[in-house]
Design a protein around this ligand. Structure first.
Ligand SMILES: Cc1cc2nc3c(=O)[nH]c(=O)nc-3n(C[C@H](O)[C@H](O)[C@H](O)COP(=O)(O)O)c2cc1C
Length: 310
């Protein structure tokens, strides 16, 4: 069983941080389906330090979701340390540091995957966060900046020297973005030279494939991202239902969790619709259902509409 720091996870399969998707309701749903841990969307260290209300609202959590992992991003060691200290009253079980995001908005400020070009700065950030946290700190990296500079192993060893409790390696380079395929040989090499748990990530489509990747690479756990969107079944041995009826029952559960945990769902209706639409991917008529989802004017009508499908 996978343990990180002193915390044992109920499953080695983890919901990857997914901006726009891994909010509290979806994390709870994935936990109900068997995910051992669900990482929050990336949270801006600057946003926390400057007390931006939208950033603070991303810290919503509850006991049923525990263990809770909040992911921070930023490029300034002092701000990252301050942000980690601000998280203390929220009692996270883990703080994850994002050194893997390739999105321009993040990398142009030197954060996310851009940190893989500067191991010295990455080390300062890690030290600042570890020193300011009272919970285990984890790190999410890519294989390297580009195919000529693979450095996941160096980053992992540097991280473990500085007190990081586990590392997740997404087997793509920064340059690859989301193109090409994840190279799991790099996950295997990184695991072989690390003392702390190493989790692999990239292109895992099913529960069975995740377990195969663990066996083949020797890694301690697997993060599943895109394959979980609209498909929390990926964390269970249960297959995604073949009928719209079966899917709709889970969509209703997702909506209940949104209703309970999100104060003003109409303010994020666009992202809720986007999320719900993904459940119907692959079914006959799915484009019609998605179109109808997008036509709903508010959360109440969205809920009523979804009750009519099946
Ligand atoms: C929509 C979307 C949002 C993402 N947001 C984050 C994020 O906030 N933090 C992060 O470290 N990675 C983020 N990622 C990367 C994923 O966590 C994961 O590393 C990547 O999708 C590869 O895994 P997969 O093939 O299982 O999707 C995001 C990916 C997608 C597609």
């Amino acid at each position: 069983m996978l343990s990180i720091g002193s915390i044992s996870l109920s499953s080695p399969l983890v919901l990857a941080p997914l901006a726009g998707y891994s909010d509290l309701p979806f994390r709870l749903l994935c936990r109900q389906f068997g995910a051992g841990l669900c990482v929050s969307e990336m949270i801006s260290s600057h946003g926390l330090v400057y007390g931006q209300s939208k950033t603070i609202s991303m810290l919503a959590s509850c006991n049923e979701e525990r263990p809770v992992s909040f992911q921070l991003f930023g490029a300034d060691p002092a701000i990252m340390g301050e942000a980690a200290a601000i998280l203390a009253p929220y009692e996270p079980d883990f703080i994850d540091i994002n050194m893997g995001c390739p999105v321009k908005k993040v990398t142009k400020r030197g954060a996310g995957a851009a940190l893989m070009t500067d191991i010295g700065l990455a080390e300062k950030i890690i030290r600042a966060v570890v020193d300011s946290s009272s919970c285990p700190v984890t790190l999410k990296i890519r294989s390297g900046p580009d195919s000529k500079t693979i450095c996941a192993g160096d980053f992992t060893r540097m991280a473990q020297t500085n007190g990081v409790s586990a590392v997740c390696v997404h087997g793509r380079t920064w340059k690859q973005g989301f193109s090409g395929v994840a190279d799991w040989a790099i996950v295997k090499e990184t695991k072989a030279s690390a003392e702390i748990p190493v989790l692999g990530n990239g292109d895992v489509q099913s529960n069975e494939q995740a377990l195969t990747r663990m066996r083949q690479s020797g890694c301690d756990g697997v993060l599943i991202g895109r394959a979980a969107i609209g498909n929390p079944w990926v964390f269970s041995v249960e297959e995604r239902p073949v009928s719209v009826d079966g899917v709709t029952a889970v969509v209703s559960r997702h909506l209940e969790l949104i209703d309970y945990h999100i104060k003003e769902p109409n303010r994020c209706l666009g992202s809720i619709k986007n999320h719900l639409g993904k459940y119907f991917k692959g079914f006959p008529n799915s484009s019609k259902v998605r179109k109808e989802i997008f036509e709903q004017q508010d959360f109440i009508s969205l809920r009523s509409f979804l009750q009519t499908i099946g």
